[in-house]
Unconditional design. Structure first.
Length: 342
């Protein structure tokens, strides 16, 4: 009687393909610095040095994913930008504390290894790291049949940064009279996609015909690292907030000290066409504001005297503008007026 031979491959896990993917990552991540080659990919852990010249260094660590934006990538069969989103979601949080991103690791879990898809994702992650000027030092790829449906995957990112103790951006530095500036987003970024997908299903959108939506829904999250670090170096920035899940109010209140209030004028917000399109789909103002960035991807808090110094650190597309000020009050955020969706 012949016995069935069971193998890992027959269960749905292909180690050979996984090894090929690791070799690909190692190849694109290897860099030469002088006569020494640094390559952390493929080992059990990555080893990195703390940069020299930093007094009393503090480590800052963040982790995040891109949510159901991965489903849009699957729907459009476009995977070369979702990795930029992944890096952005973590490094944009790091800089809120004043930290410079140093290292990034990724975790990719997938139903079945598809080398073309995975290579596209990892090239996006590498590009995001290049924009943020940090190193992709390692990660993990898990082939998980039965856990994910055919073609499905998820990604998570982990970023580590460093900041000198006396340069940490703390909320107690924020004062009454400081200005709140909105930095434009590149679009939706990586929040609210479950609501977006619900709208798409209801409207039965055909992406072959609607090229505007096809472009906007997969547009990568803006990485604000270089601009914000420049402001910190020039001692212009007092505080900042990354506007992600929960929208403008929920994120900015996290950095406001007790007995002060972020007084925001909604009518000053310069929204984007994609948000105007979403608003037309029977979504209330309250729902829009607590789900999406609505055109403001990042907020800066500065002293009024430094306002004219800001513009030279930003390109025209992402030039900050005043959306409010810090006032006295027990409520940490006050939203005034209404966004103009026209």
């Amino acid at each position: 009687m012949n016995k069935k031979i069971f193998t890992y491959k027959k269960s749905g896990v292909n180690i050979v393909k996984a090894d090929k993917f690791v070799n690909f990552i190692s190849k694109i991540s290897s860099k030469k610095k002088g006569n020494k080659k640094f390559d952390n990919i493929g080992g059990f852990g990555s080893i990195s040095s703390i940069p020299k010249g930093i007094k009393r260094p503090k480590i800052v660590a963040c982790t995040d994913g891109v949510g159901t934006k991965v489903e849009i990538a699957n729907l459009l069969n476009k995977f070369d930008t979702i990795g930029i989103d992944l890096v952005a979601m973590s490094v944009n949080d790091l800089i809120v504390q004043g930290a410079k991103p140093l290292l990034f690791l990724d975790y990719i879990s997938i139903n079945k290894i598809n080398l073309k898809k995975l290579k596209s994702i990892i090239l996006g992650i590498k590009k995001g790291c290049e924009i943020a000027k940090c190193e992709l030092v390692g990660g993990e790829t898990a082939e998980m049949p039965d856990t994910y449906e055919k073609g499905k995957f998820d990604i998570a990112g982990f970023a580590v940064g460093i900041v000198e103790e006396n340069k940490i951006l703390k909320k107690n530095k924020i004062r009454n009279g400081d200005l709140i500036l909105g930095v434009p987003s590149s679009g939706i970024h990586s929040n609210g996609y479950s609501l977006i997908r619900h709208v798409l299903k209801q409207k039965k959108i055909n992406f072959k015909k609607d090229l505007f939506l096809k472009k906007e829904l997969i547009k990568p999250t803006k990485i604000y690292v270089n601009e914000v670090l420049n402001l910190i170096q020039k001692k212009i920035l007092i505080g900042c907030a990354n506007i992600t899940g929960g929208g403008l109010a929920e994120n900015i209140k996290r950095i406001i000290p007790n007995n002060l209030c972020a007084d925001i004028d909604l009518d000053k917000i310069k929204t984007l066409e994609i948000f105007r399109w979403l608003k037309k789909n029977n979504i209330s103002d309250i729902e829009m504001l607590k789900t999406f960035n609505c055109g403001v991807g990042f907020c800066l808090i500065i002293n009024m005297k430094d306002l004219k110094k800001i513009n030279k650190y930003f390109s025209k597309e992402f030039r900050p503008y005043v959306i409010g000020k810090i006032t006295k009050g027990k409520n940490k955020v006050r939203l005034n007026g209404k966004i103009n969706w026209n």
